[in-house]
Design a binder for this molecule. Structure first.
Ligand code: F3S
Length: 391
């Protein structure tokens, strides 16, 4: 791979140890994937922030980099294992909290914006159409590529951090326009209207086509919130990092002549698969991916004057919470007994053993609730979830 003089200096250690280590990672990746050069990036989103996933080895790695590393571009963080301010209310142990705080402190020393959310595009990590970025977190990557028209590979935590510390990424995969064309056309012949409908659609398409890039026809309209839910689901159940939706997403693509149909039966079956008949619900969680301000407003309106009788988490980025607080929405939600969870979610928090059954409107939430926390799941609309929590 050809390096510019500054990049070679980074690799030779002239910019410090953290930059040298980072450049080593990026050059190795570039060579493995056949990149010809490194390119500049506009922003970074780093996943793998929970101490639950990182463990002691991960914390040591971050602390080493933080000795002399500083990020060179706007860099935000994915959810951590707990709400960084309100962890006690959410039942997190002091031992876990101590470790999680050390992880976040290491990121802060590197000048990372320590707002831990999987919807960084709601809090200002929002480069313009066509820019190259280095994001990790499967739903955010899919949203960045497909909805925002950014260009990113599906980075891991270490490669995203390496890009943040150097401002570079190797040019391969989704950074090249020839790799961003649709490979298969999906004809949707089902009613897709609610957030769970979009989640079920992502599940059905993901299961049918895996990582292929879809050109999706038959969706009349989709809100930002519905697309957020769809991205999380298709990336979880298929592994794709990019799709095109006719008349809705901004990227240009050729239209493939290989067709796959998604029927109403596929959507109904997806919903059936995400619902466990024997689920005894003891936690209701909304906000996977983290809620938009409009969704917080909707939830507040639905909870107004009600009392929840089960544990209920409303997961949201802290700056969105702060705006919602100014609008009086957080008080309404908290008066109902529901808990606001910033910086974290029901999948990355260490909840295994504390609850048995999760009710959520997120298809991705069902996957991780089952896989990581051994929950049984109920998949429903926000209206139905609030009924479940208050009955
Ligand atoms: Fe975000 Fe957690 Fe869901 S990281 S996408 S809220 S599983």
């Amino acid at each position: 791979m050809e390096l510019a003089q500054e990049e070679q200096d980074m690799l030779d250690g002239k910019y410090g140890e953290a930059v040298k280590q980072s450049m080593n990672i990026l050059v190795s990746l570039g060579e493995i994937f056949g990149a010809k050069r490194l390119i500049n990036i506009a922003s970074v989103q780093i996943a793998g922030v929970s101490y639950h996933n990182l463990g002691e080895a991960g914390l040591d790695y971050l602390s080493d980099l933080a000795r002399d590393g500083k990020v060179r571009v706007l860099t935000t963080l994915n959810p951590a294992g707990m709400d960084m301010e309100n962890w006690e209310t959410l039942g997190i142990s002091p031992e876990f909290a101590e470790k999680q705080i050390k992880v976040i402190d290491a990121f802060k020393r590197m000048d990372v914006i320590a707002t831990c959310t999987c919807t960084p595009y709601f809090i200002g990590n929002n480069p313009h159409f066509g820019e190259h970025v280095a994001w990790s977190e499967s739903s955010a990557v899919c949203y960045a590529n497909s909805v925002l028209g950014l260009k990113t590979n599906r980075e891991g935590g270490p490669s995203a951090l390496a890009s943040a510390l150097t401002g570079k990424t190797p040019e391969f995969g989704f950074h090249l326009d020839e790799n961003r064309q649709a490979e298969i056309t999906i004809e949707v012949k089902a009613k897709i209207q609610t957030i769970p409908d979009f989640g079920a659609l992502g599940y059905a398409i993901g299961k049918k086509i895996g990582k292929k890039i879809a050109f999706i026809k038959g969706i009349e309209k989709a809100s930002v919130e519905q697309l957020k839910s769809f991205c999380a689901s298709i990336a979880t159940y298929g592994g794709t990092a990019l799709f095109h939706m006719e008349g809705i997403t901004p990227n240009k693509t050729d239209i493939p002549q290989e067709f796959v149909e998604v029927s109403q039966e596929d959507i109904d079956n997806a919903k059936k698969d995400l619902n466990d008949d024997d689920a005894e619900i003891d936690i209701v969680a909304i906000g996977c991916p983290h809620l938009s301000l409009k969704e917080v407003e909707d939830v507040a309106r639905m909870l107004d004057g009600k009392k929840v009788k089960k544990e209920m988490w409303v997961c949201v980025a802290r700056p969105v919470k702060q705006t919602a607080e100014n609008m009086g929405l957080i008080k309404i939600i908290e008066d109902s007994g529901a808990k606001i969870a910033c910086d974290t979610c029901m999948a990355v928090a260490p909840l295994k053993g504390r609850f048995k059954g999760l009710a959520t409107d997120s298809a991705k939430g069902c996957f991780y609730g089952r896989g990581k926390n051994s929950f049984k799941t109920k998949f429903a609309t926000i209206h139905e979830l609030i009924e479940e929590a208050t009955k």
